[in-house]
Design a binder for this molecule. Structure first.
Ligand code: DHB
Ligand code: MG
Length: 216
């Protein structure tokens, strides 16, 4: 066997996606109605969702912090990976998005496993106790990611999981003519995570690039 370090092509990706549990009718309908409501269609991919559920199950997560609820897709997905009594604490700054997500979470089968915290994560995260969560998922405004990471390193217990979305910066990571603030923020954040001694982490090429880290 030769040493092929990076053999993943678009064809490989299609192959694995076809062999991954996809989303159910409920989540498909949520996405359709979110589009109709004018909510940006920037939810996590089904393959990414399945991988995140596997990680949450492996670390036996009960309490999860999410920054950026959007339509509630990822909160519902993560809650489905938790045991009874588990909770996703999801933070959303947009009242429109929070209202939409609230309705869909309420009619999901994990309504008792998701709590929406309405407001700015920069204010809300500092109110969460140290070592009070098993996992965190960052998926909000990119320039604030360094602050969110610092807070999550305090809130998530040792051995817990920290994930962050959009490591590939909406596909613009390597497009060096792209200087949008959110793209620059993700490039800087990626370099910051790579240097973070309190995390063992890696970018997993699912969705738009998913940072996965274990708190050491
Ligand atoms: C954007 C943000 C996201 O979190 C995402 O997953 C995709 C796109 C954006 O701001 O464009
Ligand atoms: Mg995202």
């Amino acid at each position: 066997m030769s040493e092929i370090a990076n053999a993943v092509t678009a064809e490989h990706f299609r192959y694995l996606a076809e062999r991954t549990v996809g989303e159910d009718a409920f989540l498909r309908q949520l996405k359709n109605e979110a589009r109709t409501a004018g909510i940006p269609p920037i939810w996590i991919s089904p393959e990414q969702a399945s991988f995140m559920q596997i990680l949450l199950k492996l670390c036996k997560a009960r309490d999860v912090v999410e920054i950026g609820t959007l339509a509630g897709y990822s909160a519902i997905t993560m809650a489905r990976a938790l045991p009874p009594g588990g909770k996703v604490h999801t933070i959303e700054v947009s009242p429109v998005h929070a209202r939409f997500a609230y309705q869909w979470i309420a009619r999901s089968e994990v309504a008792d496993r998701v709590a929406i915290h309405r407001g700015d994560a920069r204010i809300i995260l500092p109110t969460f106790a140290a070592d009070s969560a098993d996992a965190a998922f960052l998926d909000a405004d990119k320039p604030s990611y360094p602050f969110y990471l610092k807070e999550c390193l305090r809130i998530v217990r040792q051995g817990g999981l920290i994930m962050a979305d959009n490591a590939f910066a909406f596909g613009e990571l390597l497009a060096h003519d792209s200087n949008e603030p959110e793209v620059l923020a993700m490039r800087a954040f990626n370099d910051l995570v790579a240097r973070e001694a309190a995390l063992q982490s890696i970018i997993v090429p699912l969705g738009d690039g998913l940072w996965v880290g274990v708190k050491l």
